[in-house]
Design a protein around this ligand. Structure first.
Ligand code: PGA
Length: 251
């Protein structure tokens, strides 16, 4: 059977000063030590902390990633960051198409698709986020919404090496509400099948993370699901003990 190494990813969003952000990275580096664990650990701090985080992570297996990047390699884009800049700093991953960016910055599937390509070109692994809103779930459109986001946000040539998908029901993000194991497994299995249908058998190796109010108390159940290969964790990733406990639950 195909083995997918679990990925536990922390999305810090717009949180963390130099002092508390570096302390959090340091705490995770200490927990990881030099041991080989049964999972990959990743943190995605705000841009201001990336350099410090990468430097602190060098003695460990901790991965550092960005939370967004621009579609262009460089140029007159005030306030933006390119994929190449992330890669240059030592980042390995970038989160793309998070629902907060889709909602607050009007990011379309086409834009996310183009960002994903740019991320690949810079050698980054793209974590492409998809997820339905509460009203889309209530009206029974969840799988249609996910199918469209997957088809339009992920370019051709996605592989298990360059792409991770994060399923994050919008109604579960930061709300304390989590998808039930049945709801999560249904969508994850659907995403897996969509990827295999489109890219071929190897795409069964693309990791699919669950995100949305994952915490130590529900992580074991969610991470045990057949098609859940890890988590994208917001709030609970800001506390080293909680984040570590979640990672331990997939060990
Ligand atoms: P949450 O956020 O864990 O705080 O719900 C998850 C995310 O938005 O990636």
């Amino acid at each position: 059977m195909l083995q997918r190494r679990p990925l536990i990813a922390g999305n810090w969003k717009m949180n963390g000063t130099l002092l508390d952000g570096t302390a959090l990275v340091q705490a995770l580096v200490e927990r990881l030590g030099g041991d080989t664990h049964g999972f990959d650990l990743l943190v995605c701090p705000p841009f201001t902390l990336l350099h410090a985080a990468v430097q602190l992570s060098l003695s460990s297996s901790l991965n550092i990633g960005g939370q967004d990047c621009h579609t262009a390699e460089k140029g007159a884009y005030t306030g933006d960051i390119s994929a190449g800049m992330l890669s240059d700093l030592g980042c390995r991953y970038v989160i793309l198409g998070h629902s907060e960016r889709r909602a607050d910055h009007s990011e379309s599937d086409a834009l996310v698709n183009s960002k994903t390509r740019t991320a690949w070109d810079a050698g980054l692994v793209a974590i492409v986020c998809v997820g339905e809103t509460e009203s889309e779930r209530d009206t029974g459109c969840t799988l249609d919404v996910i199918a469209k986001q997957i088809a339009d946000s992920i370019p051709g040539d996605a592989t298990e090496v360059n792409t991770v998908v994060a399923y994050e029901p919008v109604w579960a993000i930061g709300t304390g509400r989590t998808a039930t194991p049945e709801e999560a497994q249904e969508v994850h299995a659907f995403i897996r099948k969509s990827l295999v249908d489109r890219f071929g058998e190897h795409a069964a190796g693309i990791r699919i993370l669950y995100g949305g109010s994952m915490k130590p108390s529900n992580a074991t159940e969610l991470l045990a699901l057949a098609d859940v290969d890890g988590g994208l964790i917001g709030g609970a990733s800001l506390n080293a003990d909680d984040f570590w406990e979640i990672a331990q639950s997939c060990a």
